[in-house]
Design a protein around this ligand. Structure first.
Ligand SMILES: C[S@@+](CC[C@H](N)C(=O)[O-])C[C@H]1O[C@@H](n2cnc3c(N)ncnc32)[C@H](O)[C@@H]1O
Length: 143
């Protein structure tokens, strides 16, 4: 695996000052079930958004005293349906466009570091297909 900087090494955006950890089923019971079962050394999360599920997983591995790193793979450009309805607060507006480009990644960084998990979570800006090509050569615990 490429040696990636952690969120803490990258730094907390100083223009954001509030947590916004909105996600989808990010607190599902599947996370503690899988993590207890597998005790992974490395988790690759494909699709992270603002970090809700990554933060949930990080809190679990810390609680279980595991030495686990979490790599978050995302383009941070949003899914296609987020771009279609410009009135949709939960999707289009949540992209946080600045000069037409999404700023979700910066909220993710802020959330992860402010929640105290910046040392175990690393972002990896990739389309999932590029990421899978890299991973084909590796044996992983939990994707
Ligand atoms: C449903 S959200 C992830 C939710 C998140 N796990 C949570 O905490 O609820 C889906 C994410 O996948 C990302 N995404 C969509 N297509 C992608 C692709 N082909 N490669 C990488 N990321 C992608 C989007 O940018 C978005 O952040």
């Amino acid at each position: 695996m490429i040696d990636l900087p952690t969120a803490s090494q990258l730094g907390k955006p100083n223009w954001i000052n509030n947590l916004d950890i909105q996600g989808w089923n990010s607190d599902s019971t599947i996370f503690p079930e899988m993590i207890k079962e597998v005790e992974p050394k490395l988790i690759i999360e494909v699709g992270t958004w603002k970090g809700a599920s990554a933060i949930h997983m990080a809190s679990l591995v810390k609680f279980l005293n595991l030495d686990t790193k979490i790599v978050c793979v995302d383009t941070w450009l949003g899914a296609l349906e987020m771009w279609t309805d410009r009135e949709d607060k939960d999707r289009y507006l949540s992209l946080g466009l600045n000069l037409g480009y999404p700023t979700v990644y910066y909220q993710f960084l802020y959330n992860v570091i402010e929640s105290g998990f910046g040392d175990i979570i690393s972002p990896f800006h990739r389309h999932h297909k590029l990421q899978l090509d890299i991973l084909k050569q590796k044996i992983l615990d939990l994707i």
